[in-house]
Design a protein around this ligand. Structure first.
Ligand code: MBD
Ligand code: FE
Length: 309
């Protein structure tokens, strides 16, 4: 079929009626958004001359993606979650907010309610024979003041790149903890160095990526929510330096400021001091939080999460 079969004012009128713009009832914001998206979609279908086969293949794809609960994975894979970060970065800049640790995407694998401890924690349950990781640092305000009682909510994958809860072979909350900073704003944890995540083979996400000539791998990373009363909540990650996918993340989450040095500790004295018998990795990383100000764009995001059983 040729493209551009339908006049723009016909599209506009159809989108308006379909979005209920001629009805007094309903949610005005929702109607406004649906109207815009429908009009843009109809224009795109017409300009791209999307065939009926293509259209219904797309609907079947989305139906299956929904059944398999994959929208949370498709969204970062098609750069939209990173795009939302760029918008929030720019909105903060325009609100005069500056400094602080840079944010990056949350991703779809957070589970609320991880065990809480003071100052330090061990994240792994000892069943994964990965390289031991000690990570420590301080939570401070942008002016440098240490923040005692901040909550460092940390989660990461195991050496298979899998996350507890989503991977039923792991214990509940394995590699997930909430650590309250000590009186000096300090946090410390022992864990294992994660490996990168790969989209499940055969998943709708992977099918889409493959059809676009892309891969579905993330470099190894550790996620954080860092929060404290009076400060803006930070959502971020650190990357494990040296990963093959460090600058080729299918989810576009890597940011240069979030690649701390990984020290490899081989000194026998240091190893023994920590009760270990082999070399380990150490990362020092401080988090810097911006003070909350009235009217600034929210960093606390309402988002559905899987529930811990
Ligand atoms: C992950 O671990 C992740 O962080 C993201 C953004 C997407 C898929 C898996
Ligand atoms: Fe992740």
């Amino acid at each position: 079929m040729p493209a551009n079969l339908i006049k723009r004012d016909v599209v506009t009128a159809l989108a308006a009626r379909a979005a209920g713009l001629d009805q007094p009832a309903g949610d005005p914001r929702l109607k406004h958004v649906v109207n815009r998206l429908l009009a843009d979609l109809m224009v795109a279908i017409d300009e791209l001359d999307i065939s009926m086969d293509e259209f219904w293949r797309g609907i079947a794809y989305l139906t299956q993606a929904g059944k398999q609960n994959e929208f949370g994975l498709i969204v970062p894979g098609i750069v939209l979650e990173h795009f939302l970060d760029l918008r929030l970065d720019e909105a903060e800049r325009r609100a005069g907010l500056a400094g602080g640790t840079v944010r990056t995407i949350e991703g779809p694998l957070y589970i609320a309610g991880a065990p809480v401890s003071k100052g330090e924690a061990r994240l792994d349950d000892g069943t994964d024979d990965g390289e031991v990781l000690f990570m420590e640092g301080q939570v401070r305000g942008v002016s440098g003041e240490p923040i005692a009682g901040a909550v460092v909510d940390v989660w990461h994958a195991n050496t298979m790149g899998n996350y507890s809860h989503f991977d039923p072979t792991q214990a509940a909350f394995n590699l997930r903890r909430r650590i309250e900073t000590d009186k000096d704003g300090g946090y410390r944890f022992r864990s294992i160095v994660p490996n990168g995540y790969a989209c499940p083979p055969g998943s709708q996400t992977e099918k889409l990526l493959q059809a676009m000539g892309r891969h579905g791998n993330r470099p190894a990373h550790v996620h954080f929510f860092v929060s404290a009363p009076g400060y803006r909540k930070l959502t971020t990650q650190i990357n494990i330096d040296g990963d093959k996918y460090l600058h080729d993340d299918f989810a576009f989450g890597t940011r240069d400021e979030l690649i701390p040095r990984v020290e490899r500790i081989t000194d026998a004295g240091e190893i023994h001091k920590l009760g270990l018998n082999k070399p380990f990795a150490r990362i020092r990383f401080d988090f810097s939080l911006i003070k909350e100000v009235a009217g600034a764009p929210a960093t606390i995001v309402a988002r559905e999460h899987a529930e811990a059983a």
